[in-house]
Design a protein around this ligand. Structure first.
Ligand code: HEM
Length: 420
C-alpha cells in the first residue's frame, strides 16, 4: 500500500505556470511524499522523485529499474511531444547492463582523449569570435548569439564535421529540442549528417573523436557509432547552453555579483556551482521503468511505468550549505550530473566549456547588465530543462576585442582538443 496521500490530480510539469515557478511546484509535490504523480504533456503521466535519498537510491538500483523505454513507449501516441527526448534509441542512455557498459566504455574512453588546456583555448577562440559578432552594437541576446552557438562549434570541431555540414548539425539538434512536429525530421537529418561523417572516417581516419570512436576496442559498428555520436551531441548541447545561460543570469542578478558581469567578488566557478544546485540545466529526467511491480520508498509502482527524477527538487530539498566542490555540508553532492551508471560522462569537459565561456564574457563585456527586468525573462515551458528563452543584455560597445593572455589569441583554425 502507498503510505503517502496522493494528490487528486497529477500536477502539470509543463506550460507557463511551471516555467514561472518550478520550485513552487516541487514544494507542492514534496507534500505528497518522495514520489508524486505529474503530467509531462497532455495525456502523459509519470511519477516524479523529489526526495534526495530516493533519487540516489533509484539512480543506483539497476535491479529494480531499467532505462529501456520500449514497453512504456508502446502505450504512448507516436506523435507525443515527449518522445524526441524519451523515445528509445540504441544508445547508452536507453540501455542497461552489458550493452550499456559497452557503449559507455567507448564514450568514456573517447571523451578522456580531450586535453583540457587545448579545449580551453578552443572554447576561448570560439567565444571571442561569437562575442565579436555583436560586441560593437552594445547589446545582444546571450542565449541566441552566444550560449546556444558556442557548444555547437565545439562539437563540430571535436567530431571533425565538415564546416559545410555545421548548419545542419545546428538545425538538427535545435529542431529536436524545440519543435514537437519537426523533431523526428530534425533527428533524422542529424543522423544523416553523422552517418556520412562516420562512413567517411571509416574509410579515411583523421585525428578527431569520430575516428577514435571507430578505433575503440568495443568495435562499434557504423550505426552504433552514429547513434552514440548523435547522443553526445544532443545530450550535451542543451544542458551546456543552459548552464552558461543560467550561471550568467545568476551573475547578472545576484547582488553579490553587483548586477554586472565584472562588478562582484564571486567567480564564474561559484556561479556555476550555485546554479548546479539551485537550477540544474537538466531539471527533471533520468527516465526509469520498474522491471516489475514494486514498492519504492513507500510508493507503489507498476512494471513499465515512467518514473522521472527531479534533479531540481532533490538538490533543493533543504537548501544546503554548500562548499566550492559541489558537496553539501552533510557530505552529499548535488545531482545535476545525475548519479549511478548513467551519470553524465562529460562532467569535466562540460564544466570547462561553461567556465571558459563565462570567463570570456566577463572579461570582454565587463559592464554587461540585463536589458530587461528579471521578471520579464522567459523560461522554456517544457518539463525537462531549466532553460532561458533569451538573455538580453546591454553593455558599452567595443571597437575591438580586448586581448589579454594567450587564451585571447583568436583561433586561426579550430584545433581538435586531443593530445598527440
Ligand atoms: C552542463 C552540461 C551538462 C549537464 C548538466 C549534464 C547532465 C547530465 C545528466 C543529468 C545526465 C543523466 C540523464 C539521464 O539519465 O536521463 C547526463 C547524461 C549524459 N550526458 Fe550529460 N550533461 C551535460 C553536458 C554534457 C555534454 C557536453 C555531453 C557530451 C559531450 C554529455 C553527454 C551525456 C551522455 C552521453 C549522457 C548519457 C550517459 C549514459 O546514459 O550512460 N553531457 N548528463
Amino acid at each position: 500500500m502507498t503510505s503517502h496521500p496522493q494528490p487528486p490530480q497529477p500536477l502539470a510539469l509543463y506550460g507557463p505556470d511551471f516555467a514561472a515557478d518550478p520550485h513552487g511546484h516541487y514544494r507542492t509535490l514534496r507534500e505528497h511524499g518522495p514520489l508524486a504523480p505529474v503530467r509531462i504533456a497532455p495525456g502523459i503521466e509519470a511519477m516524479l522523485v523529489t526526495d534526495y535519498q530516493a533519487a540516489v537510491d533509484l539512480l543506483r538500483d539497476t535491479h529494480t529499474f531499467s532505462k529501456d523505454p520500449r514497453a512504456w513507449q508502446a502505450t504512448v501516441p507516436s506523435d507525443s511531444p515527449v518522445l524526441p527526448v524519451l523515445g528509445h534509441r540504441p544508445t547508452a542512455l536507453f540501455s542497461d547492463g552489458a550493452e550499456h557498459a559497452r557503449y559507455r566504455d567507448a564514450i568514456n574512453d573517447t571523451l578522456a582523449l580531450i586535453e583540457p588546456h587545448i579545449l580551453r583555448a578552443q572554447v576561448a577562440g570560439v567565444a571571442q569570435q561569437l562575442i565579436a559578432e555583436f560586441a560593437t552594437t552594445g547589446s545582444g541576446d546571450l542565449i541566441a548569439q552566444y550560449a546556444r552557438l558556442l557548444p555547437l562549434h565545439v562539437f563540430v570541431t571535436w567530431f571533425g564535421v565538415d564546416p559545410a555540414d555545421g548548419d545542419r548539425i545546428v538545425d538538427g539538434i535545435g529542431g529536436m529540442m524545440n519543435s514537437a512536429q519537426g523533431a523526428a525530421a530534425a533527428y533524422a537529418d542529424l543522423v544523416d549528417v553523422v552517418t556520412r561523417l562516420v562512413a567517411d572516417r571509416r574509410a579515411r581516419p583523421r585525428r578527431d573523436l569520430t575516428s577514435y570512436f571507430l578505433a575503440h576496442p568495443a568495435r562499434l559498428d557504423n550505426d552504433e557509432t552514429v547513434r552514440q555520436i548523435t547522443l553526445l551531441m544532443s545530450a550535451g548541447h542543451d544542458p551546456e547552453t543552459n548552464l552558461i545561460g543560467n550561471a550568467t543570469l545568476h551573475m547578472l542578478t545576484d547582488e553579490r555579483y553587483a548586477g554586472s558581469l565584472h562588478g562582484g567578488a564571486m567567480t564564474a566557478h561559484e556561479a556555476i556551482n550555485e546554479v548546479l544546485w539551485q537550477d540544474p540545466p537538466i531539471a527533471n529526467l533520468a527516465a526509469h521503468y520498474p522491471r516489475h511491480d514494486t514498492e519504492f520508498h513507500g510508493v507503489r509502482l507498476r512494471a513499465g511505468q515512467l518514473v522521472l527524477v527531479s534533479f531540481g527538487a532533490a538538490n533543493t530539498q533543504s537548501r544546503p550549505a554548500t562548499s566550492d566542490t559541489g558537496v553539501r555540508s552533510g557530505g552529499s553532492a548535488h545531482l545535476a550530473w545525475s548519479a549511478g551508471p548513467h551519470r553524465c560522462p562529460a562532467k569535466q569537459p562540460a564544466l570547462l566549456i561553461a567556465m571558459t565561456a563565462i570567463e570570456q564574457l566577463t572579461s570582454q563585456l565587463c559592464d554587461a547588465e540585463l536589458a530587461v527586468p528579471v521578471s520579464e525573462l522567459l523560461w522554456r515551458p517544457g518539463p525537462f530543462h531549466r532553460a532561458l528563452v533569451h538573455l538580453p543584455v546591454r553593455f558599452t560597445p567595443l571597437d575591438t576585442l580586448v586581448s589579454v593572455g594567450p587564451d585571447r589569441e583568436p583561433a586561426r583554425r579550430p584545433e581538435v582538443p586531443i593530445g598527440s
